[in-house]
Design a protein around this ligand. Structure first.
Ligand code: TXA
Ligand code: MG
Length: 545
């Protein structure tokens, strides 16, 4: 086993580090972002040691660190935009991916034809590169998958006995790794967010894109711009669960779900709210993404060391500016799983048969709004064995076809033929329908802020209690009669029976927040539906405030 020394950064230490670099060894050095495990970028033997020590997949390329802009031309093909960015952000936490020159081996580039380069803004790192007179490859000095190290002690925890030297530069000032971008003549693609934000970069290029992998999970076998994005990262051994909600909702969820082996990861000011929890970890100020970035990895490492807990709840941080870097790391720490606590904005949409409600629904769906078809739910529920048996007991075998499936038309005729029958049917169906609707809302709310219940019997079933807003579609009586005779293949009498069992227009005008009148053509109705979507969005925003 190697004796691992932690040394302060003086002349003697730097000389020792230089000797190690020039004899194909690896060591850890501080940078302003995180500690790096470094080796001579032109020495394949040394580079292989980095991959081995970290347990890093071979296809995940390394960043080459330089101390002088002249070194850039030796390793990469540049363009004007890249040189402008270098001039404005170097030395600093910006890594640029550019076409590589032959001086960079395929081992460094993970077989890509590009190379990632940065000039760190840290005296020790710059001095070491100058002394060794070679660029240094330096991935974060952690075992692959673990949180990056922001203190010499973090590096020691991962590499004690594996490397000879850790240069102790104190705590890293940034705390998350550099922003990684690919840079062409007229486009910047953000591959990994960091202290330098998309907004900072947009001052030099009006075409800044954010790569898919920043916010979404990449499959192991998917081809990506930046291989590092597809690997699990930053994860302590415990399960991390991210909850999307305000602090009150978060505290309530933790109170109801945490057990004696749960902890929380919250902002400094929130610590006192969780005095009952076994373990409370903090990472910076609520409205200050820079302090969060600075302390996140230390907090994740503290969680990892805690032997008594097996899960940790944390709240979704602000994603703006530097917050995107914090969110991106936490998202990986929790394996991309997020539980939404926010209550969705629920809209009840109702109206008589033949009013045009289906067209309004279609317009909602085409505009990306989630709609629960309550009629469909009722068809599912009615085929449930328990309910079917109860119906046959009450209405008789006549409501069933010979093959033992339900004759819906016959049931409809019987149910609408007397008030008593309708009350029986509704009393049996509504509680079960409401239960299924609630289940569907729970699922949909993970990905939708607005959910519409398409419910012909919104008020009768009392589903309106679930709603933040109600909308009805109404139309002239004769128009409706013609529409349903054609649509449902009914006789005029059957259609009238069905209509008589329903409410008149005044009922809906009285009960609903918004009424859509559909006496015109389909285009006019679609336009009205689009206007109503704007109104729903506006109302849902007001509710959040
Ligand atoms: O702040 C930092 O960048 C730290 C310090 C030590 O400088 N280094 C660091 O390196 O974070 P590492 O290896 O842990 O992360 C490098 C990231 C990975 O996600 C990798 O996939 C990506 O940069 N990368 C490297 N070369 C690339 C290339 N040619 N094309 C696309 N992405 C590349
Ligand atoms: Mg790393």
């Amino acid at each position: 086993m190697i004796n691992t020394q932690i040394q302060m950064p003086n002349e003697e230490t730097l000389n020792m580090a230089k000797e190690l670099i020039l004899s194909s060894q690896i060591l850890a050095m501080p940078t302003e972002t995180v500690y790096g495990l470094c080796a001579n970028a032109f020495d394949d033997e040394a580079i292989k040691k980095i991959f081995k020590a970290k347990g890093r997949p071979q296809d995940n390329p390394l960043i080459v660190h330089i101390s002088d802009i002249n070194q850039l031309e030796k390793i990469a093909y540049t363009n004007d935009l890249a040189l402008t960015l270098a001039k404005n952000f170097w030395p600093g936490p910006l890594t640029m991916v550019l076409p590589k020159k032959d001086s960079i081996s395929n081992i460094v580039s993970g077989n890509l034809d590009t190379v990632a380069v940065r000039m760190p803004n840290h005296k020790v790192a710059l001095q070491l590169i100058e002394k060794a007179k070679v660029p240094l490859c330096a991935p974060s000095a952690n075992i692959s998958g673990k949180p990056s190290p922001t203190k010499a002690s973090h590096v020691y925890d991962d590499f004690n006995g594996k490397i000879k030297l850790i240069i102790d530069g104190g705590e890293c000032s940034v705390g998350v790794e550099s922003t990684v971008v690919s840079v062409s003549d007229d486009e910047i693609v953000l591959l990994r967010p960091g202290l330098i934000t998309a907004n900072d970069l947009s001052q030099f290029c009006n075409n800044v894109k954010i790569s898919d992998g920043v916010l979404n999970q990449i499959k192991q076998d998917e081809k990506v711009l930046s291989p590092g994005m597809k690997y699990k990262h930053y994860a302590p051994k415990q399960e991390v669960i991210m909850l999307d909600g305000d602090i009150k909702q978060f505290a309530e969820y933790v109170y109801l779900n945490a057990d004696e082996h749960s902890g929380v990861l919250v902002f400094d000011s929130e610590e006192s709210l969780f005095s009952e929890q076994k373990a409370v970890f903090t990472y910076g100020k609520e409205n200050d993404s820079k302090t969060q970035a600075n302390q996140l990895f230390d907090a994740l490492r503290k969680i990892d060391k805690h032997s008594d807990i097996n899960k940790v709840y944390t709240r979704m941080p602000n994603k703006n500016g530097v917050g995107l870097a914090v969110y991106n790391r936490l998202l990986r720490a929790c394996g991309f799983k997020i539980i939404k606590l926010k209550k969705p904005f629920i809209v009840g949409l109702t109206g008589q048969t033949g009013s045009g409600k289906s067209t309004v629904c279609k317009t909602f769906i085409n505009n990306g709004i989630a709609v629960i078809d309550c009629d469909k739910v009722s068809r599912e529920v009615i085929n449930n064995e328990y309910i079917l048996n109860k119906l046959v007991d009450y209405f008789g075998q006549g409501i069933m076809y010979a093959d033992n499936t339900l004759n819906r038309k016959e049931l409809g005729i019987l149910a609408f033929s007397s008030e008593e029958n309708l009350i029986f049917l509704n009393g049996l169906m509504y509680p079960e329908i409401t239960r299924v609707i609630k289940e569907k809302i729970e699922k949909l709310k993970q990905t939708n802020d607005i959910i519409v219940l398409d419910a012909p019997t919104l008020f009768e079933s009392k589903a309106d209690i679930l709603c933040d807003m109600t909308i009805s579609v109404i139309a002239d009586k004769d128009i409706r009669l013609n529409r349903i005779i054609l649509r449902d293949n009914l006789t005029e009498n059957e259609a009238k029976l069905r209509m008589n069992a329903q409410h008149d227009n005044e009922f809906y005008i009285d009960k609903c927040d918004v009424v859509i009148e559909n006496d015109g053509d389909i285009n006019a109705l679609e336009q009205k539906a689009v206007d109503v979507i704007d109104c729903i969005k506006q109302k849902s925003k007001e509710k959040k405030i």
